[in-house]
Design a protein around this ligand. Structure first.
Ligand code: ADP
Length: 276
């Protein structure tokens, strides 16, 4: 599905953010990318859709050699990758529905989008996805009236409207409180599995990564320092990724052991959406 080989990014300032990253994702799994600030997480995510131009190396997504694409080929490549941002990147004065539909912009003609005449199939898909992300009844609400968690739900729906082959997620919970962060991570991971879409999630919260991701990649100094399942993330591994610290209290619940919490969160989510 996704194969990254010897990826190097050196910024013009001389900073080498990625120093030969190798990574393969060949099943629809959620891969959390963790590491200290400055480790290269964001650069890695952004090289994949070439928001950041790689210096060297190869990125292959299914049949597409992303690194070989000329600049004018990027638009069609980018619609194959859905991106979810920390700050949501919604159009504030547009409605939830319009924001979700904007995920189809890479597909519909300019004039169709300009007159907001999306094909009925797209509109039906948007209704369905907005319902799935917990925003039924909010279709006509303006984005600037939403809470952070609701905005991120729109962000997720918009990315999925692209029917992407890969989800690139950059710090999806960094602006959210701990409870909303869990709900958003859970939703994201459930949807990635439901749609069979692999997701790379840059996340600074180790606990969230361990609880929800299928696989964790630890970056340190622009290189892969760890690649494995959440249960393999021992204090020794965390020291390798982040440096010396008492990690014993950080290692919390691991994916699969959070069924009770899941039920509770589901109930409170229902109550919240009922209360608006
Ligand atoms: P992370 O997401 O893990 O915090 P980043 O990918 O943002 O790390 O940054 C990796 C390194 O690259 C850091 O040293 C950062 O200062 C540097 N960097 C990031 N973006 C730029 C840029 N646009 N120009 C120059 N250096 C950058």
């Amino acid at each position: 599905m996704l194969v990254i080989t010897d990826l190097v990014k050196q910024y013009r300032t001389g900073t080498r953010a990625l120093s030969g990253v190798n990574l393969k994702v060949n099943e629809p799994q959620v891969v959390a990318i963790i590491g200290s600030s400055g480790a290269g997480k964001s650069t890695l995510i952004r090289c994949i859709n070439r928001l950041v131009e790689p210096t060297s190396g190869k990125i292959i997504l299914n049949d597409l050699d992303v690194t070989a694409l000329p600049r004018h080929g990027l638009r069609s490549a980018r619609r194959r990758m859905g991106m979810i941002f920390q700050e949501y990147n919604l159009v504030e004065r547009l409605t939830v529905m319009e924001n979700a539909l904007s995920g189809r912009l890479g597909y519909v003609s300019f004039w169709r989008a300009y007159w907001r005449k999306y094909p009925p199939g797209d509109v039906a898909m948007a209704y369905e996805l907005l319902d799935r992300v917990g925003l039924k009844g909010y279709e006509n609400t303006r984005a600037d009236e939403l809470s952070g968690g609701q905005r991120q739900r729109v962000g997720i729906a918009r990315a999925l409207m692209q029917r992407p082959e890969l989800l690139l997620v950059d710090e999806p919970t960094a602006s959210l409180d701990p409870k909303t962060s869990r709900q958003i991570m859970r939703l994201l991971c459930e949807l990635a599995h439901e749609k069979g879409t692999p997701a790379l999630v840059n996340i600074h919260d180790v606990g969230l990564a361990q609880t929800f991701a299928d696989r964790i990649i630890g970056l340190a100094g622009g290189k892969v320092a760890f690649d494995g399942t959440p249960d393999k993330l021992t204090p020794a591994v965390l020291t390798e990724i982040y440096g010396e610290e008492d990690w014993s209290k950080t290692i919390g619940e691991v994916k699969g052991r959070e069924t009770q919490a899941h039920k509770k969160d589901q109930e409170s989510l229902k109550r919240e959406s009922a209360a608006g």
